[in-house]
Design a binder for this molecule. Sequence first.
Ligand code: M6R
Length: 366
Amino acid sequence: EKGGYDHFMLKEIYEQPKAIMDTYRGRLLADKGIIKMAGIDQNLEKFLNANRIIIVACGTSWHAGLVAEYIFEDMARIPVEVEYASEFRYRNPVITENDVLIAISQSGETADTLAAIKLAKERGAFVFGVCNVVGSSIARETHAGAYTHAGPEIGVASTKAFTTQITVLTLIALKLAQEKGTLSQSKYQEFLAELEAVPTKVEKALLSNTLVEGISETYKDSSNCLYLGRGYNFPVALEGALKLKEISYIHAEGYPAAEMKHGPIALIDEQMPVVVIATKKGHYEKVVSNIQEIKSRKGRIIAVVTEGDETVKELADHVIEVPDTSESLSPLLTTIPLQLLSYHIAVMRGCNVDQPRNLAKSVTVE
Ligand code: M6R
């Protein structure tokens, strides 16, 4: 059942190239320049007339929502707010009939996300679901939706659900961008081709496994870890930190790299591993200067870089390469080594990787 892997989590990490491909298959017709998604096609006016999109989710799905905020605003020029479902439902939010709410949930059973949907529906918003489990409560409760085709995710730590959620949300953003004319035709075509190439690139990113295992050995006894990223990779930093804390029980925090000097930099000393996402596209020079700041305070730097990077190699204690892609698709690649890092560290610490203490796969009570 684990297909030869020691844990479901590792199996699911390795399933990502296929899961991403299954998620865009039949929807992304790159050579024709078309994105076909019934749930969007049938409700196009709702999306095109939306004042804003509100995304609600919890945990990893919320991180996918944050990535989507960057993609939707960048490509389709639609204002987006991303909310923790639990906060949204209890704070008397301003919702109008011109709002579109997107609920993201792997299980489709998360209590807070379901309650947020009911509230938004009561107030007249159009509600769209991005779920993995077919026929789940959230899939049924929403007006329309698009499934991720990740296949069953058994490990409590969400991995392939995250990357397939980003895939679906990218498809939606590209489709709306095309409809609205907010992307040039050539840029649009370029993104379609880039997205189609992602599974092969994820395969390559997975080749870092042995290297990451070695790095894990060095840091497995740490009691803290910082994760930094900017732009599209800020949510990836949050997600990397969540993975580490939930399965290895090491305290970890994700931050936008520039926020470091507003507090967290005080934590940095030779005991502190700092994972920095420093890919070439997207604020690269700024991240490099963040890395220099960490180095001068003797922090230990584990950097995720674009293949062939030379600058960061000089500065960081460890570099993990991922293939080049556009900034907006880079989370699909940069997240891979971070999943592997948390996995190996947890295994080395003797933790129950697939069923971490105190956690349930779906949080059906608030
Ligand atoms: O099923 P959902 O996507 O609604 O679940 C949301 C969170 O409970 C979930 O992502 C949780 O944070 C994971 N354990 C993270 O790995």
